[in-house]
Write a protein that binds this ligand. Structure first.
Ligand code: SAM
Length: 377
């Protein structure tokens, strides 16, 4: 099949919650009893779960898998018991990028509803500690429920109705070494839920060899219950590449400016934590104003220079093999030479809405190259 269908198909992504189960435990459960794995893919994110009873593990991303979006996974025991979390692959990238060591202290500065908090908890395990900060009281209640459902209560301390920028000297969270920042953004990378017309995809002519339901039986099922898929536009279903740069989601310049001012303030506050050595910044936005421009602004700041904050090089970050990196042309305001601009761009990870990871996304990891004693990190 041409890439026509595959480039535009968006599976449902699942994160296995390793605080409660394992990948093997999930796959051997009743929920997955009819499924079989698609293997042999070379790219870490490439998937082929167009067929309904296939699943695929994300290569190089531990404990993350993709299934066909028409499955009602929310009614499964696995989901209800918190053993799996419905989280897009793109939303799993920040915790992987932050890569906090087991047992470390982490701050999730903008935490609700808690997808990334609970992912972090699974990564650092029982000996670690996470302060999950959420300014909005109602959203903090949802965060609390998610943390409990994930079995992460012992690891996570929720700071309800707390503004991240008010955490300063004297607060136990102030000593954290690792911070994950996923602040409010325009959400321009988020995919809309729409009806999916299966006839627009280049499906294989028969599923007979795989032992899966035939196309006609699949069609009958479809007629009974229309399938849904996450996709952003009808152009994507038709397989046309959507230009991420020209697609403006009517976010006004003023709105983007005020969002990016807020995002910069959040990062600069994180840079002032005395023991912080790594900070990730992420958005589900495709706008450079909230992504590369924010990176340039914080790197140009006095505090970044004083405290030795820079961007982790591509070769050092756990997502080095992902092909889509930051846009160097959007880093022209960064006060460094073109080679360093290129290095910074390569350090950033971008996901387009057409990449099938569950939405457009941006993530970067800042590292502190000089510690409190002036030693190189
Ligand atoms: N990281 C979350 C997840 O993966 O489930 C999603 C975070 S959402 C994009 C941003 C959150 O940050 C919102 O819940 C918002 O209320 C919260 N927020 C915004 N400004 C904040 C601040 N100054 N301090 C703490 N939380 C803040």
């Amino acid at each position: 099949t041409s890439a026509t269908g595959l480039t535009t198909f968006n599976p449902r992504w699942i994160r296995v919650n390793t605080l409660k189960t394992t990948m093997e435990g999930s796959l051997s459960s009743l929920t997955f009893s009819e499924f079989q794995e698609v293997g042999g893919m070379s790219d870490m994110f490439f998937f082929d779960v167009v067929r309904k009873y296939y699943y695929q593990k994300a290569k190089l991303l531990s404990n993350i898998l993709a299934i066909h979006p028409s499955h009602d996974i929310t009614s499964s025991e696995l989901y209800k018991s918190g053993k799996i979390v419905l989280q897009s692959a793109s939303s799993c990238l920040p915790a992987i990028m932050l890569d906090p060591p087991k047992g470390s202290t982490v701050v999730d500065g903008c935490a609700a509803p808690g997808n990334k908090t609970t992912h972090l908890a699974a990564l650092i395990g029982d000996g670690g500690r996470i302060f999950a900060v959420e300014r909005d009281k109602r959203r903090a209640d949802i965060l609390e429920k998610m943390v409990t459902k994930a079995g992460a209560e012992k690891i996570v301390t929720i700071l309800k109705a707390t503004d991240f920028t008010t955490i300063t000297d004297g607060h136990p969270a102030w000593q954290a070494g690792y911070l994950l920042l996923d602040p409010s953004c325009s959400g321009s990378g988020i995919l809309q839920r729409i009806d999916w017309d299966i006839s627009k995809l280049n499906l294989p002519s028969s599923d007979a060899t795989s032992g899966q339901p035939s196309r006609s039986s699949r069609k009958r099922k479809r007629d009974e219950a229309p399938q849904k898929v996450f996709a952003s536009t009808s152009e994507e279903l038709d397989g046309q590449q959507v230009s991420e740069e020209t697609k403006d989601e009517n976010t006004s310049k003023e709105r983007l400016q005020s969002l990016s001012d807020f995002q910069v303030a959040i990062i600069l506050h994180a840079f002032s934590f005395p023991n912080a050595m790594r900070v990730t910044y992420s958005t589900c936005s495709i706008h450079a104003e909230e992504n590369e421009h924010v990176v340039a602004r914080v790197l140009n700041s006095e505090i970044a220079k004083e405290r030795g904050w820079g961007v982790q090089s591509r070769e050092d970050n756990p997502l080095s093999t992902w092909h889509r990196r930051g846009l160097v042309k959007e880093l022209s305001s960064l006060n460094v030479g073109s080679e360093e601009q290129q290095r910074v761009a390569e350090g950033c990870v971008r996901v387009n809405r057409t990449d099938s990871l569950g939405g457009g996304f941006f993530v970067v990891c800042f590292i502190r190259q000089i510690d409190n004693e002036g030693r190189l990190g």
